[in-house]
Design a protein around this ligand. Structure first.
Ligand code: FES
Ligand code: FES
Length: 275
């Protein structure tokens, strides 16, 4: 394993270790960044949400079903890095205090991550953005009010991460041809795209995965071609990317995709992943 990413603004390089360690376990057990919480450990509750930035922008993803190699060439911010280097609160944190958006607080770091992503990306569809974060005690009205209030504030400099340049890594084919070559040599290997399904093989079934290829760097699997009366959709296109393009072509199908999983799941899950 040879992977490189930014964690709360600092470069991390990992050259050894198990590629099926989840980001959540690694953060909490190796880095002692315990702000990111474990609730369900299966991608349902959003307590483990973190901000992940790449060239396409920032996304909220569930750290409990995200394997470390999936971060190669990306930037991660946990709740510890969403506040400023000098301890200044992010506008969404200030707004959560102001609007009483937290009671027991267990869900709060996950909400803060999702809200900070929406804030950075200029999104205001908070019912969608926060549908993957569950809160059992505060209730959603104060949290939505906080998100709306924060939206009026500028994005702090410290969350404007630029994902690092990286070189190829053995586990991470860059093209479908490279992937095909690997798969011919490893026909029993496991392919992992978004890991919203395979992630649970590890966290719930405690299955050990032997040979693995991570597909998120295969750009030629992520194309959507509009051929006039046909959309040609690569197997590595995420449900979120699919939703964006379907809105103009098939609004009713787009509405169905909007209800698929949650924001965090749609940002990771690929259309070919479950097939
Ligand atoms: Fe529930 Fe990750 S712990 S989504
Ligand atoms: Fe308790 Fe949300 S504040 S679960």
């Amino acid at each position: 394993m040879s992977i490189k990413f930014l964690l709360n603004g600092e470069t991390v390089e990992l050259t050894e270790g198990n590629p099926t360690v989840t980001l959540l376990d690694w953060l909490r057990e190796t880095r002692h960044l315990t702000g990111t919480k474990e609730g369900c450990n299966e991608g349902d509750c959003g307590a483990c949400s973190v901000m992940v930035t790449d060239a396409s922008g920032a996304k909220a993803l569930n750290a409990c079903i995200l394997f470390l190699p999936q971060l190669h060439g990306k930037a991660v911010r946990t709740v510890e890095g969403i506040s400023g280097p000098d301890g200044a609160l992010h506008p969404v944190q200030e707004a959560m205090v102001e609007h009483h958006g937290s009671q027991c607080g267990f869900c709060t770091p996950g909400f803060i991550s999702s809200m900070a992503v929406a804030h950075r990306e200029g999104r205001r569809d908070f019912d969608n953005v926060l549908a993957g974060n569950l809160c059992r005690c505060t209730g959603y009205a104060p949290i939505i009010r906080a998100a709306e209030a924060a939206a009026e504030q500028p994005v702090p400099d410290w969350v404007q991460d630029i994902a690092p340049e990286v070189s190829a890594s053995a586990l991470l084919p860059e093209t479908s041809n490279e992937l095909a070559t690997w798969y011919l040599e490893n026909p029993s290997g496991t392919l992992i795209a978004g890991s919203t399904d395979v992630g649970l093989w590890g966290t719930k079934q405690l299955r050990a995965l032997d040979k693995i290829a991570f597909l998120h760097r295969c750009r030629d699997l992520q194309q959507i071609d509009d051929l006039g009366d046909t959309l040609r959709i690569g197997a590595g296109v995420t449900m979120a990317q699919l939703h964006a393009v379907l809105k103009d072509h098939h609004p009713s199908y787009a509405e169905m995709v909007r209800r698929y999983g949650s924001e965090q799941v749609r940002q990771a899950a690929t259309i070919g992943g479950n097939i």
